[in-house]
Design a protein around this ligand. Structure first.
Ligand SMILES: [Cu+2]
Length: 177
């Protein structure tokens, strides 16, 4: 009888050990899963900020960009394509994309671009390039142009079409996050 009691105590102790061991295992498994989840989330966050971002901007024969806001991340390579999906030639309905440095007076810049620009294309005058981060050439109906530039530091930047009379209608904000 005494022996049996002793045996059952040993058996119980053994069962408890097994139970403890199982708990430990489960804990390890669950913590391993958590670590894995965190890693996956990190990878997703990283892949959201791509090295290069493609931006498409369209304008037709009305003086309008189809986007008034473009969002990018600081340091990102921006590959911007401007499509003139209208029919009018650039001499009468030219479009371009001009990204202005922070602190540039948009109206004053647009006025100078007309005064110092040359008909019929009204390319951005060289004298104004110090106020420009990036710009395309002027294009007419059916044409497209692509430029690449590095997104500047975080902030909000104005962009316009500097063709005579267009900037007040054709403008938007590049928001760098
Ligand atoms: Cu325009």
């Amino acid at each position: 009888m005494k022996k049996l009691k002793h045996l059952s105590v040993v058996a119980m102790a053994g069962m408890m050990l097994v139970a403890c061991g199982q708990n430990k295992k489960e804990e390890q498994v669950s913590s391993a899963q958590e670590t894995e989840t965190v890693t996956v989330a990190d990878e997703t966050a990283t892949s959201q900020v791509q090295d290069t971002i493609e931006v498409e901007l369209n304008a037709e024969d009305t003086m309008k960009f189809d986007k008034n806001e473009i969002r990018v991340h600081a340091g990102q390579q921006v590959r911007l394509t401007l499509n003139h999906v209208g029919k009018l030639p650039k001499s009468s309905m030219g479009h371009n994309f001009v990204l202005l440095s922070q602190g540039t007076d948009v109206n004053a810049f647009a006025t100078k671009a007309v005064q110092e620009g040359k008909a019929p294309d009204f390319e951005v005058p060289e004298s104004l390039l110090t106020e420009v981060i990036a710009h395309t050439k002027t294009i007419g109906g059916g044409e497209s142009v692509t430029i690449e530039f590095t997104a500047p530091e975080a902030g909000t930047y104005d962009y316009i079409c500097s063709f005579p009379g267009h900037a007040s209608m054709m403008n938007g904000k590049l928001i760098v996050e």
